[in-house]
Design a protein around this ligand. Structure first.
Ligand SMILES: Cc1cc2nc3c(=O)[nH]c(=O)nc-3n(C[C@H](O)[C@H](O)[C@H](O)COP(=O)(O)OP(=O)(O)OC[C@H]3O[C@@H](n4cnc5c(N)ncnc54)[C@H](O)[C@@H]3O)c2cc1C
Length: 371
């Protein structure tokens, strides 16, 4: 182990997706020199971190997750604000709560949800139950709903803009070298194998997500599909989840464009949007498959019919994009850190990458390179 924290290292990060980028931002703060390898382009659109809705939902995720996800999630929420400030993404983060609702015939889903949360963490005792009046006060366009839970300390990161802003930031830093379109075949202690060559570094980070299957035998992909919708008639300001026995969906607002928008196109982050409309990410399917081909008809029907029942005005929304990707997961669906001499591997963030990455990376660095 290298014990001197002030020793500036020549570090390689393999996989510049979500984990690789948060790692890079952390390591740059310590003054290290970085080389970022990715098999895709540096804009990051191949990464699951680009497809993600970016929800920071330690409570809402507890229904199907362990309480360790809750603890890391709470810590990550504290860390995200500074990470985004560093890359100049000031309006790419919101922490104004999540609304969890269900149709009148599915009230047992809401009961099951709150019971399982209370069984896992004490803090769930304080979750607020809303009636129709309180729901409308919070979100006018959820007026058709009579009962909901409000998880006030949750939020989201604008994941697409996180990827774009971090690319721009790394481009400006002379300590960062990009090796995009570079498929790494194998990673060993302090060494990277690619294109028939071996390159050596003081420390190597393996953050290849699903691309690390050559090392992790029990790593699998879980397919997720999302739609991007735009509407002039819907104004939902918080992540909203509809519980349903078969078609659970979430609606995550993406605002109405960036400050730098010139008409319908943001010159800064290269995202286009119809003027005056609001954008939403609707997701996500969860399918035990590593197929990343386009969204299926079945998934489309499920996601779109479910969102239409949340508010019929979604019927006139425009479908501007759909994305498919795979969440990297282990059998227990928990994240894994492996530290050895000159090598750290971080993987298995499953459906919790944004929720967990800053806290998991903090832990990985403290147990590895900075130990
Ligand atoms: C539909 C969907 C919705 C999601 N929503 C949320 C959400 O709301 N909240 C949340 O917290 N999480 C969410 N997630 C989960 C989150 O996106 C993942 O947990 C996270 O992206 C995993 O990060 P990663 O860096 O390990 O993998 P990735 O982000 O996939 O990055 C891996 C990178 O490694 C590169 N790579 C792979 N193999 C190689 C190789 N051999 N050589 C070089 N480069 C390589 C890839 O090109 C990629 O850029 C969602 C995921 C999906 C698919």
């Amino acid at each position: 182990m290298i014990n001197n924290e002030d020793y500036m290292m020549n570090i390689a990060i393999v996989g510049a997706g979500l984990v690789g980028r948060v790692l890079a931002l952390n390591l740059l703060k310590q003054g290290h020199t970085l080389t970022l390898f990715d098999k895709g382009t540096k804009d990051g659109t191949d990464a699951a971190g680009f497809t993600a809705a970016g929800m920071l939902a330690p409570f809402a995720e507890l229904e199907t997750a362990e309480s360790v996800i809750f603890d890391h999630g709470k810590r990550s929420i504290q860390l995200w604000r500074d990470i985004l400030k560093e890359i100049g993404l000031f309006d790419g983060y919101a922490l104004n709560g999540t609304v969890i609702t269900a149709h009148p015939q599915d009230m047992s889903e809401l009961d099951h949800f709150i019971t399982s949360l209370k069984r896992k963490v004490k803090a769930a005792e304080d979750i607020e139950l809303l009636g129709n009046r309180e729901i409308v006060e919070l979100e006018r366009d959820l007026e058709h709903h009579n009962r909901a839970f409000y998880l006030k300390d949750e939020g989201y990161v604008d994941s697409q803009r996180f990827m774009l802003f971090s690319t721009n930031y790394f481009d400006m830093r002379s300590e960062v070298t990009w090796r995009e379109n570079t498929l790494v075949d194998k990673i060993e202690s302090g060494a990277i194998h690619f294109n028939g060559e071996v390159e050596h570094f003081d420390w190597v980070f393996d953050s290849r997500g699903l691309g690390a299957k050559e090392h992790f035998e029990d790593l699998r992909g879980v397919r997720g599909e999302v739609y991007w919708l735009e509407s002039n008639d819907i104004d939902i300001t918080r992540p909203t989840r509809l519980l349903h026995p078969r078609y659970k969906i979430y609606i995550v607002p993406r605002g109405n464009g960036c400050e730098g928008m010139d008409m319908d196109y943001c010159n800064e982050c290269k995202i286009s949007q119809t003027p005056n409309s609001k954008r939403y990410i609707i997701g996500a399917t969860e399918i035990e498959s590593e197929d990343t081909s386009p969204i299926s008809v079945r998934s489309s029907m499920e996601l779109l019919s479910a969102v239409f029942t949340v508010n019929p005005n979604f019927g006139e929304a425009r479908i501007v994009n759909s994305e498919t990707n795979c969440r990297p997961a282990f059998r227990d669906n928990l994240p894994r850190i492996e530290n050895e001499e000159k090598l750290t591997r971080i993987n298995g963030l499953y459906r919790h990458g944004y929720l967990l990455a800053p806290a998991i990376i903090e832990q990985a660095l403290n147990e590895g390179i900075y130990k």
